[in-house]
Design a protein around this ligand. Structure first.
Ligand code: FUL
Length: 702
């Protein structure tokens, strides 16, 4: 070309021409961010994915979930306390940090606070010179774990709770916690507050206006000053929020944006209306899923055989980390001051299984094509999804909100897991998507799903296919995805379920196809030489049954499942004060069938004829297990009688934390009692619903 001619071309075109000649046209600008957006702190926190909770305090020694505030400090005496063991266990489990209950609702402080006598300084442990918070903070530094604080806004010990003075006290304590122990990554404010308490001896019910009493904006400002990088957690954030249940489950649709200004900590509508976040949320307040490795948050010896199974823990992992939430898994430190060996064992299994599930990414650097690519430029190409980098992404042009990608394995490949990640620094966008596999010459849909967010993990039917297609079916803005992974996770064989019906017949089964079950009734561990389960069998006296499932084809054996049965309910009858139907549901051993008490029966209570005189050490109450919590009894009165007419009061009390964690409640009497008839009277029911629901009532005799 003649040089003079080149001079006649306008400069911008000339640059384009040169770029076209050398084969790289300029990339269009990146997609515009769609707010709200995460802060740097929130991004770093989200990437932690999995961290631990520790519930420990006077409750551990009083065998309670919610101490009333009057348990003497002298009961706190963990003889073998070793915070380094807690940190080691957490680290080995793959956790990135630990949050500890510095002060739970009972007001007892695990550090020697200057502002109260109700703390470790008045406990025999280390002659009152110990500091659990200091020991844990140091252990976390040693094991390279982040350190976080739970401190309860509700304080059932403090005389001023409910008055403005208490809020000052609460802030002074926060100041101690946030200035004396180094960096804090998260500060956790429980929504449960206000109610009965000791309150310095007043022994009364104190309610607070949860919206205004604590003046949260002032406290938040102070925390920002003391710990500018800390994530502040509550139902209303401001930095991270409750997932709305204590099962550790986020949802198929989980938005990080939240209509934050409509929310306040502890609001009754929160779980149902806000916990999933909102597509049009105004602030970035991502979800954190909290759950305990055992039924309760604090240690109870009676739960040593109720540590969650590997299958259950994996389910939690997929429904939390895999559904755009972080996972906060609680380890109830025991009364020796250690994480119990059973919990340690399950945590090891969890870590091994998570590593195995994601050991080999079948999508890594495989050929991949997209239906749409931003500016048709390779900077935004689908290859970015499988390059193993978090900061490169596939993006489309601004007008596109439906697009798909096809990954080509080259040969038929077997998989059962998929990972997807949005590039959240530009906001959360995808509303729904679907996955197809190319098998036998055609596309078959493997499933349709809701949001993606920071991370979405799918458990798919095992499929063998040469290609996979992911279609973003709808998005609130053009999709921007950073990662796609495909895996073939080794399948674990589930524990069997052991159930007993009203007639005392025990069934052992699970959903595993072709599994055989073996069991013991003497407390020993079963193996494939133990008694083989062939048909339901009767159990009427207190018996412990442990069973395993065995897959003869693969020779895989499940974890053992243990159930402690008490006396059977074969001859029990509910004696209603009114004609009511379905009352057997209260004693049918099926926690999914509810019996509702109304009218006179609600006033008088549930009366049960046990068929003969029994020695009772306590009882169990199971509230409804259905998602919509109704008629939950929070306070009870319990009577006993020999003839069903003359009643003696045995005990009254509360079911602490039942609203947040509606599991079977075990109440042990201060001394055993005996009789043939029992009366279980609901003293208080959630929101005075005019009814009380008993999913199950049981006796504790051993
Ligand atoms: C709840 C509390 O009431 C429980 O005791 C526990 O601390 C749990 C994590 O939060 O709201």
């Amino acid at each position: 070309m003649n040089l003079a001619l080149i001079n006649t071309i306008p400069k911008p075109y000339l640059i384009l021409l040169i770029l076209a000649i050398i084969g790289c046209s300029p990339a269009p600008p990146p997609p515009e961010a769609v707010g709200p957006l995460p802060t740097e702190n929130q991004l770093a926190w989200q990437q932690m994915e999995f961290y631990g909770f520790i519930h420990f305090g006077l409750n551990t020694f009083a065998n309670m979930e919610w101490g009333y505030g009057d348990t003497p400090a002298k009961m706190f005496n963990p003889k073998e306390l070793d915070a380094r063991q807690w940190a080691r266990v957490a680290k080995d489990a793959g956790m990135k940090g630990i949050i500890i209950t510095a002060k739970h609702h009972d007001g007892f402080c695990l550090w020697p606070s200057k502002y109260t006598e109700y703390s470790v300084k008045n406990a025999p442990w280390k002659d009152g010179k110990g500091d659990v918070i200091g020991e844990l903070a140091e252990a976390c530094r040693e094991y390279d774990l982040k350190f976080g604080i739970y401190t309860s806004p509700w304080d059932r010990n403090h005389a001023d709770y409910g008055k403005p003075k208490y809020v000052e006290y609460f802030r002074k304590q926060l100041e101690e916690l946030l200035t004396q122990y180094g960096d804090v990554f998260e500060v956790w404010f429980d929504g449960a507050n206000g109610g009965d308490g000791y309150y310095g001896g007043a022994d009364e019910t104190r309610r607070v206006d949860k919206k205004t009493y604590y003046d949260w904006p002032t406290t938040i400002e102070m925390i920002r000053k003391w710990q500018p990088n800390a994530i502040i957690w509550s139902d209303a954030g401001p930095d991270a929020r409750w997932v709305g249940n204590e099962h550790g489950f986020a949802y198929d649709v989980t938005w990080s944006p939240l209509l934050k200004d409509e929310v306040y900590g502890g609001m009754p509508e929160y779980a149902k209306q806000y916990s999933m976040g909102q597509e049009n949320g105004t602030h970035w307040v991502p979800a954190e899923a909290d759950v305990s490795i055992r039924p309760g948050w604090f240690y109870h010896q009676s739960e040593d055989d109720k540590v969650k199974s590997l299958g259950h823990l994996m389910d939690i992992y997929y429904k939390s980390v895999g559904q755009n939430a972080t996972l906060l898994l609680n380890l109830p430190v025991d009364n020796k001051g250690l994480v119990h060996e059973r919990d340690v064992e399950q945590l090891k299994k969890l870590k091994t299984q998570v590593d195995l599930d994601f050991a080999h990414d079948l999508a890594n650097r495989k050929p991949i094509k997209a239906s749409h690519v931003r500016g048709n430029h390779k900077q935004y190409g689908a290859d970015n999804l499988v390059d193993g980098k978090m900061d490169t992404y596939w993006a489309t042009d601004d007008s596109v909100t439906k697009a798909s990608i096809i990954l080509d394995f080259g040969t038929p490949t077997t998989f059962n897991r998929m990972l997807l990640q949005e590039h959240i620094p530009l906001g959360q966008r995808v509303k729904s998507f679907s996955v197809e596999a190319f098998t036998d010459g055609e596309w078959t849909t493997l499933g349709s799903f809701g949001t993606i967010g920071y991370k979405r993990l799918l458990r798919l039917e095992e499929t063998t296919a040469s290609r996979i297609k992911v279609t973003i079916d709808s998005a609130k803005a053009p999709p921007v995805l950073s990662n796609l992974g495909v895996f073939n996770a080794p399948v674990i064989i589930e524990q069997p379920e052991i159930t007993r019906n009203k007639m005392g017949l025990v069934t052992i089964a699970n959903m595993e196809k072709g599994a055989a079950y073996f069991y013991t009734t003497d407390g020993s561990q079963p193996n494939i030489n133990s008694k083989k389960y062939t048909e339901p069998f009767e159990v009427h006296t207190p018996t412990q049954i442990t069973a395993i499932a065995h897959d003869a084809v693969t020779q895989r054996i499940s974890e053992p499942k243990t159930i402690d049965f008490d006396i059977s309910k074969k001859n029990w009858r509910v004696k209603s004060t009114e004609t009511s139907t379905g009352n057997v549901k209260a004693i049918d051993n099926d926690p999914w069938s509810d019996y509702t008490l109304t009218g006179g029966e609600l006033q008088n209570g549930l009366i049960i004829d046990l068929g003969k005189t029994e020695q009772l050490k306590g009882f169990t109450y199971t509230p409804t297990q259905h998602r919509h919590l109704s008629g939950i009894i929070t306070h009870y009165v319990f009577y006993i009688s020999d003839n069903g007419k003359n009643w003696s009061l045995v005990q009254e009390g509360e079911f602490s934390n039942i609203l947040n964690n509606p599991i079977e409640q075990r109440i042990l009497f201060s001394k055993p009692t005996s009789g043939r008839f029992i009366k279980f009277r609901p003293k208080k029911v959630k929101e005075n619903a005019g009814k009380a629901v008993v999913a199950e009532w049981g006796a504790i005799t051993k």
